[in-house]
Design a protein around this ligand. Structure first.
Ligand code: ZN
Length: 226
């Protein structure tokens, strides 16, 4: 009897770090708690995030999507590490979130967020480092940019969510995102939708849509790791 074949698109042996943005008790972080964010800047440890106008918070969205994506990745054989253990805690700060991916030698680290953009705008965008700046995502920026392209294309194809109408092309090149700056691994952020937009908010608050969004994130990671 032939040995069982690995399922198509197996991610066995790959290490993926999912970083669900914010945390439920981050409002308790003192506003003077500044942390070195790389590239010569310090920033507030970790912000509370945004919410829909109806009050569904970003931290709940990112946590739920991360759990769904974790399950899908594990079903394909990947080892998945989350940067926080629950949705009712504080932090950790972005420097620790980057350190988790660095210590795990993550093959990919994806920070999951939802934007608080202009209410008239909708869609998703991917945040990536510039290429080859040694102060930002040292040693991995080209890989991060490849991960950004994979996510940009595969998330769109998988979910049908359009590229952001207010971030040109659906890409934002960032030099002041602590998690990306301090990471030495392929590391991006995806702003999955705009919570301040009524249509996108309806998706954020739908469990079926969050499952679809999680599958889109996994499609992006798998496209990069292929
Ligand atoms: Zn956020």
């Amino acid at each position: 009897m032939p040995a069982a074949k690995a399922p198509t698109g197996s991610l066995a042996g790959r290490v993926v770090v999912l970083d669900p943005g914010h945390n439920g008790q981050n409002w308790k972080i003192p506003s003077d708690h500044l942390v070195y964010a790389g590239n010569g800047i310090t920033k507030l440890c970790n912000t509370t995030g945004t919410s829909t106008t109806g009050g569904y918070p970003e931290h709940a969205f990112t946590w739920d999507v991360a759990l769904r994506a974790k399950a899908l990745l594990e079903a394909r054989g990947a080892k998945v590490i989350l940067t926080r253990p629950s949705d009712d805690g504080i932090g950790p700060c972005f420097d620790k979130r980057a350190a988790i991916g660095n210590a795990a030698h993550a093959d990919a680290e994806v920070a999951i967020h939802a934007d608080g953009g202009p209410a008239s705008g909708h869609g998703f965008h991917v945040m990536r480092p510039p290429a080859g700046n040694p102060a930002i995502n040292p040693g991995a920026s080209l890989q991060s940019r490849a991960l950004a392209v994979a996510m940009h294309d595969a998330f769109h194809a998988s979910t049908g969510i359009p590229y952001s109408t207010y971030i040109k092309g659906g890409y934002l090149t960032t030099t002041n995102t602590g998690g990306i700056n301090l990471s030495t691994r392929p590391d991006i952020t995806i702003e999955c939708l705009n919570m301040r937009n009524p249509g996108d908010a309806a998706m954020a608050t739908s469990a079926a849509w969050r499952q679809r969004i999680a599958a889109g994130i996994v499609a992006g990671i798998a496209a990069f790791l292929r």
